[in-house]
Design a protein around this ligand. Structure first.
Ligand SMILES: *[C@@H]1O[C@H](CO)[C@@H](O)[C@H](O)[C@H]1NC(C)=O
Ligand SMILES: *[C@@H]1O[C@H](CO)[C@@H](O)[C@H](O)[C@H]1NC(C)=O
Ligand SMILES: *[C@@H]1O[C@H](CO)[C@@H](O)[C@H](O)[C@H]1NC(C)=O
Ligand SMILES: *[C@@H]1O[C@H](CO)[C@@H](O)[C@H](O)[C@H]1NC(C)=O
Ligand SMILES: *[C@@H]1O[C@H](CO)[C@@H](O)[C@H](O)[C@H]1NC(C)=O
Ligand SMILES: *[C@@H]1O[C@H](CO)[C@@H](O)[C@H](O)[C@H]1NC(C)=O
Length: 238
């Protein structure tokens, strides 16, 4: 019983109550924002486990109110052992209700970056819920571009060869350069696109070169502070 994993899909029954709790929690968050939370880095599509860092017993668990929020938006709430998940996290969040309450978020998105706070409230002797525990974790989501691939597009004209360099699924906005011996070359038909849903970018660029001499081309993609590159060698053909 202790380690049951549950899909939290309970619909909200009393929206006004949720709203007032949200405001209370927002206040709490600002009050405590002097604390530097620990930080976790994950990649898009990965899974993260966030723990409340609070040891309790299975018996006590049902009397607690547990809230997870990201920045000042609600993620999940557990009241009297019932789980409610907010739409952005619906169908990809698992609550692990055991002696150390925690949540697992699957299929991470770029938009999941932020500071997650677990708030635990416990009833006092009069039955009034008081803040018992609060912990924050900063989650950073990375989206790295894979090493670019370079493909042959054949001969647009005699002695001229065309190749295309491309990579996709990264963030932030990339720039692509073609270099030979450290000098930038003129690329043709560079295209950049962004998936409106995932916000991830795709970039490609073509290069035409003279086949009658040897070449060593570097296709370099820069995004944020990072770069990925691929080298393409051409041996003259006579
Ligand atoms: C919670 O329990 C685990 C093992 O049961 C222990 O290692 C950990 O130190 C405890 N944490 C706190 C805050 O009591
Ligand atoms: C979650 O899954 C249920 C059942 O498959 C579906 O009806 C609902 O629309 C899904 N919610 C989201 C936010 O994807
Ligand atoms: C690149 O294009 C510019 C403008 O079209 C041209 O002036 C320059 O000579 C070209 N450079 C190379 C290396 O072809
Ligand atoms: C430019 O590149 C895009 C995508 O790679 C391709 O669909 C299009 O045909 C290219 N246009 C030219 C003029 O080469
Ligand atoms: C390719 O290079 C050779 C030798 O440098 C030159 O004679 C030829 O005109 C070039 N071809 C084109 C299409 O630029
Ligand atoms: C081109 O590369 C080949 C193989 O590495 C080499 O044998 C040849 O001498 C090179 N040609 C020139 C002009 O450097």
């Amino acid at each position: 019983m202790g380690h049951t994993m549950k899909w939290g899909t309970l619909p909200p029954k009393r929206p006004c109550l949720w709203l007032s709790q949200l405001l209370v929690l927002t206040g709490l968050f600002h009050f405590c924002s002097g604390i530097t939370p620990k930080s976790v880095t994950k990649r898009v599509k990965e899974t993260v486990m966030l723990s409340c860092d609070y040891n309790t017993s299975t018996e006590e668990l049902t009397s607690l109110r547990i809230y997870w929020q990201k920045d000042s938006k609600m993620v999940l709430a557990i009241l009297l052992g019932k789980v409610q998940v907010w739409p952005e996290y619906e169908n990809r969040t698992i609550t692990d209700m055991n002696d150390n309450p925690r949540i697992v978020i699957l299929a991470l998105r770029l938009s999941d970056s932020g500071t997650y706070t677990c708030v635990i409230q416990k009833p006092d002797l009069k039955g009034t819920y008081k803040l018992e525990h609060l912990t924050s974790v900063r989650l950073m989501i990375r989206a790295d571009f894979p090493v670019p691939t370079i493909n042959d597009l054949g001969n647009p004209s005699p002695n001229i060869r065309r190749v295309i360099c491309s990579t996709s699924g990264g963030f932030p906005r990339p720039h692509l350069y073609w270099l030979e011996n450290g000098e930038e070359l003129n690329a043709t038909n560079t295209t950049l696109s962004q998936d409106p849903e995932t916000k991830l970018y795709m970039i490609s660029s073509e290069l035409d070169f003279n086949m009658t001499s040897n070449h060593s081309f570097l296709c370099l993609v820069k995004y944020g502070d990072l770069t990925v590159s691929q080298t393409f060698y051409w041996q003259e053909c006579k």
